[in-house]
Every structure is written in structure tokens, then in C-alpha cells.
Design a protein around this ligand. Structure first.
Ligand code: ADP
Ligand code: MG
Length: 240
């Protein structure tokens, strides 16, 4: 579903992605972890071309991102992105937030878009909040709405960039539970997170990044039991 082959990216002098080679299969859940500034956000932002790459090959669902003929709008329509900040539209209700893109971009009939939104809201446990506005919701609830909103476009791929980092501790679990519910449904997930409990239980593979390099890539049981690189060992120790 996603293939990085010899991918490089620079921000001026900074070599932010250094020879990334990763294959993510359909339905796979990949957790990306590593120290702050190691390039995790840049890596996942390249997948929907929020950050263009400078060198190498990046193919997403058969679309070559360096091919000028690739339709970036088509690519982005297949990819849901959930950020640390929830970024809901403050002037729209929960239902309005979730139906906006299906109505405007997919040209879905209103009734169908609303029915789909209610199904998604039930899935994230927020059916009773359909008419609430973002400011009336807790952080955890806003993030669950953001996930429902992304799912409304029926993406093949969901990208999560530290989706629980801005949340109060008591709200982290409810968001991770929704993400766990998505895993194994066939959707491909790339999740940047420091929640190693989630990585252990839900990820099919863990990639550890440091200074723009994927230093280690392993099944979670191997990564946590026996991290190969000293940097990974240090990183895991700090999280304990
Ligand atoms: P992470 O998500 O692992 O914390 P990032 O991908 O956000 O790391 O950043 C990696 C490095 O690239 C950092 O040193 C950061 O300061 C730098 N960086 C990120 N975005 C930009 C940008 N738009 N311009 C210049 N430098 C950037
Ligand atoms: Mg980041």
C-alpha cells in the first residue's frame, strides 16, 4: 500500500529523511516512534505529499508521488490524517464537521452523508453529540470526532501524528480504543505515537527513527524484548 525506496529529504542543510526504505502492506498497522526531531512527522507527511520528497521513490496505492501525472487530490482523498491538534471546524456542529467533505468533495446526497456520519459517530461512541459544537466537547471527544470525520471519506490509509499527545491523561485511553477498533478492519494505519502499550498490543510492526534514519524495524514483541540499537534501548528506558 505504501512503499518508500531510498527516500531522502532535506530542509536546507538538515537531512531530515535519510534513505528511508519501508513497505507497508494493505491492512497493516505500523507504529513509528523515536525521539523528538527525528523526522517522524516529516515521514508521515510525505505520504499524502504535505511534504514533498527530494530523492528516491515513494509509491502510495500504486500512485508514484514523483510522477507529475499523479493526481494529488485523488491521492489525498484516499488518505485520512489525524493530527495532535484536533482542527475541527469551530463554526460547524459535530454532524456538520463529519458531513462536510462527503457533501462537498464526494457529492454525496445529504441524507446518505448524515446516515453515514451517525454510523461513524456510533462507532466512536459519540452518537448523542451530533448537534454539539467542538467547543462543547472535551479534547478526547474532539479527537474522536476528528477520527470519524477522516473516516467519512472512506480512506484506504489513516495517518495519525501523535493523536493523543495534546490530551489530558484520562482521555488518552478512549482515543486509543477507537484506533484499536480500526486496526484489523482492513484499513492501513501509520501511527506516530509514544504510547508503547498501544504499539505492543495493536501494531503489526514498529519502526524506530533517529536523526532521519529508520534505525530499526521489527515486530513489537521483538522490538520491546530486544531492541537492537543503543539509541532504541535508551529511548525505551526513558519512556518507563
Ligand atoms: P518529529 O516529528 O520526529 O519530532 P519532525 O519531522 O517534526 O520530527 O522534524 C524533524 C526535523 O526537521 C526537526 O529538526 C525539525 O526542526 C525540522 N523541521 C521540521 N519541519 C521543518 C520545516 N518545515 N522547515 C525546516 N525544518 C523543519
Ligand atoms: Mg512530530
Amino acid at each position: 500500500m505504501i512503499q518508500f525506496a531510498g527516500v531522502h529529504k532535506w530542509f536546507n542543510q538538515l537531512h531530515v529523511l535519510n534513505d528511508i526504505n519501508l513497505r507497508i502492506t494493505p491492512g497493516e498497522v505500523l507504529v513509528v516512534c523515536g525521539p523528538s526531531g527525528s523526522g517522524k512527522s516529516t515521514l508521515i507527511r510525505t505520504i499524502n505529499q504535505l511534504e514533498p520528497i527530494d530523492k528516491g521513490k515513494l509509491v502510495v496505492d500504486g500512485m508514484d508521488l514523483l510522477d507529475k501525472k499523479t493526481d494529488i487530490n485523488k491521492l489525498r482523498a484516499e488518505i485520512g490524517f489525524v493530527f495532535q491538534q484536533f482542527n475541527l471546524y469551530p463554526h460547524l456542529s459535530v454532524l456538520g464537521n463529519i458531513t462536510l467533505a462527503p457533501l462537498k468533495i464526494r457529492k454525496m446526497p445529504k441524507k446518505e452523508a448524515e446516515e453515514q456520519a451517525m454510523t461513524l459517530l456510533a462507532r466512536v461512541g459519540l452518537a448523542e453529540k451530533r448537534d454539539a459544537y467542538p467547543s462543547q466537547l472535551s479534547g478526547g471527544q474532539q479527537q474522536r470526532v476528528a477520527i470519524a470525520r477522516a473516516l467519512a471519506m472512506k480512506p484506504k490509509i489513516m495517518l495519525f501524528d501523535e493523536p493523543t499527545s495534546a490530551l489530558d491523561p484520562e482521555m488518552i485511553g478512549e482515543v486509543l480504543a477507537v484506533m484499536q477498533g480500526l486496526a484489523g478492519t482492513g484499513i492501513t494505519m501509520v501511527v506516530v505515537t509514544h504510547e508503547m502499550g498501544f504499539a505492543r498490543e495493536v501494531a503489526h510492526r514498529v519502526a524506530f527513527m533517529d536523526h532521519g534514519v529508520v534505525l530499526e524495524e521489527a515486530k513489537p514483541e521483538e522490538f520491546f524484548r530486544n531492541p537492537q540499537h543503543e539509541r532504541a534501548q535508551q529511548f525505551l528506558k526513558q519512556l518507563l
